[in-house]
Write a protein that binds this ligand. Structure first.
Ligand code: XMP
Length: 515
């Protein structure tokens, strides 16, 4: 455990890139965690970090109330890497000087260095780096020397090899610094001395042991949705506790084509997991009859889910733990220095916020992982690629893609169109380039002509977006031929659709889903 969990700790000064920094460290096979910038040196010491990274941030070190770390962190004897604002903190707090630059330096720059610094080892000179800063270091603190420079930043990379303090003014974590991974590899392996201990193989061994210790002979209940997170959580917990895990999979009538069959085949037939399949289609559809307001739809679907899930749990008898697929980004948000939304948001989304009366202890074995890591873990556990690389799918399913009233007939129509859209995207080899692709049925009808007949049928809108975290998204640029093929197939093969639109709205202002 110790071996894989001795972290490189990222102090978050409000950078938009903190998560990316932690991910890069993990890509270098070293465990990393993000903590608020004002963590005390004592608390930090207790985390037994191998290294510390001071993130960038939007503030100026001179500003009133600018975030400063506990000065004690410089006395811990642990290597520190400053990135952008983090580097300016070295200069500001350890006896150098930071000045406001006349002009903000933003964009691509070229870093030159003498190939003699352990931090930049392996990087070309010059090499492209990404800059985004207003202030800049004017006088180095005692003990530091410049090890790399750009045209505008003579101190673009600095080092105090004695104290093992290093700083870069540029952002090694972003893709616009193509050789940036060297900075992380050098810092964690050569400077901090970490081994390659963070792999999903080692995570899985450790997590299985931990789950076994915590659960013992007790019983675990898991709401399986067929999405990546709950599937990986279930597979992992099953490895640990076998038949003491029971999964409940609720068919709410708003699932994708063949999804109930696929989930049962994978989990029951292949993994031999205790799986309770509940066909609750009628209950959901009855509750939704006549409802068109998006918020109300979501509330109804959430409430019916809780009723169904509770009834099933009751039938199963006593349970001790409720498994959830909470991921690290949800955990970070709830801990963020600026106070982000609470960690319950995701679970609320997915399990509809189960009532307290169930009084189950939460088992969240993925709470340390980023999405990419969850996928890698899923592969490690032998889950099929179809589940592991799946696009995200909302808890209320096709219900929020059936804009207007949700009826069985409209859902069937939508399911067919969705299956064709996804099939064509897969055939074109584009599935993994797209964050999410979906079809919405719109609450309007249009006139068309099919064969010799005029028709008055449904209109659907296709949406495909690229994104890294669903917070922002851009619409995917299909070539015209692919769109033509998809549109033809949907109009020809799906009864009740006679018109296909393509949604070219980014997020913001549009959301990814329509409702
Ligand atoms: P929006 O539509 O807000 O969606 O841009 C952002 C991401 O969240 C997904 N989404 C949900 N996921 N339960 C979920 O698990 C939900 O209720 C839910 N609503 C939206 C959406 O598909 C997109 O990936």
């Amino acid at each position: 455990m110790e071996g894989i969990r001795k972290p490189v700790v990222v102090l978050d000064f409000g950078a938009q890139y903190s998560k990316l920094i932690a991910r890069r460290v993990r890509e270098a096979h070293v465990y990393s965690v993000i903590v608020p910038y004002n963590v005390t040196a004592e608390a930090l010491r207790e985390m037994t970090p191998s290294g510390i990274i001071l993130s960038g941030g939007p503030a100026s070190v001179h500003q009133d109330g600018a975030p400063h770390p506990d000065p004690g962190i410089f006395e811990l004897g642990i290597p520190i890497l400053g990135i952008c604002y983090g580097t300016q903190l070295f200069a500001h707090l350890l006896g150098g000087r930071v000045a406001r630059a006349d002009r903000r330096e933003y964009g691509i720059a070229h870093l030159e260095h003498g190939h003699d610094s352990e931090l930049l080892d392996g990087m070309n000179s010059p090499t492209q780096v990404w800059m985004s800063h207003g202030d800049r270091v004017e006088v180095l603190p005692p003990g530091f020397a410049a090890v790399g420079a750009t045209e505008n930043s003579p101190y673009a990379a600095i080092a105090d090899p004695e104290r093992r303090f290093f700083g870069v003014q540029f952002h090694p974590e972003v893709v616009h610094t193509p050789e940036g991974m060297h900075v992380f590899m050098n810092f964690v392996h050569k400077i901090c001395g970490c081994g390659d201990s963070w792999t999903m193989g080692s995570f899985s061994d450790t997590a299985i042991r931990e789950i076994r210790e915590r659960v013992g002979d007790k019983k675990v209940l898991c709401a399986l949705s067929g999405g990546v997170d709950s599937s990986v959580a279930a597979a992992l917990i099953h490895r640990a506790v076998g038949d003491n895990l029971t999964c409940v999979f609720v068919n709410n009538g708003m699932l994708r084509k063949n999804e109930p069959e696929m989930v049962q085949c994978v989990f029951r037939d292949h993994f031999h997991i205790n799986l309770v399949y509940v066909d609750a289609e009628d209950r959901f559809l009855n509750a939704l009859a006549g409802v068109t307001d998006p918020e109300q739809k979501r509330k109804i679907i959430g409430a019916v889910f809780i009723d169904v899930f509770e009834e099933e749990a009751h039938k199963l008898g006593h349970m001790d733990f409720l498994a959830q697929g909470t991921l690290y980004p949800d955990v970070i948000e709830s801990l963020s220095a600026t106070g982000g939304p609470s960690a319950t948001i995701k679970s609320h989304h997915n399990v509809g916020g189960l009532p307290d009366e169930m009084r189950l202890d939460l088992l969240e074995p993925l709470r340390e992982l980023f999405k990419d890591e969850v996928r890698a873990l899923g592969r490690e556990l032998g889950l099929p690629e179809e589940i592991v690389s799946r696009h995200p799918f909302p808890g209320p399913g096709l219900g929020v893609r059936c804009v207007g009233e949700v009826t069985r007939e409209r859902l069937d129509t939508l399911r067919e169109a969705d299956a064709i859209f996804i099939e064509e995207i897969r055939k074109a080899g584009l599935y993994n380039d797209i964050w999410q692709a979906l079809v919405c049925l719109l609450p309007v009808k249009s006139v068309g002509v099919q064969g010799d007949e005029r028709t008055h049928e449904e209109v659907c809108s296709l949406r495909a977006v690229t994104s890294t975290d669903a917070m922002t998204a851009d619409w995917y640029r299909f070539d015209a031929e692919t769109l033509r093929r998809i549109s033809n197939r949907i109009c020809n093969e799906v009864a009740h659709i006679n018109r296909v639109l393509y949604d070219i709205t980014s997020k913001p202002p549009g959301t990814i889903e329509w409702e």
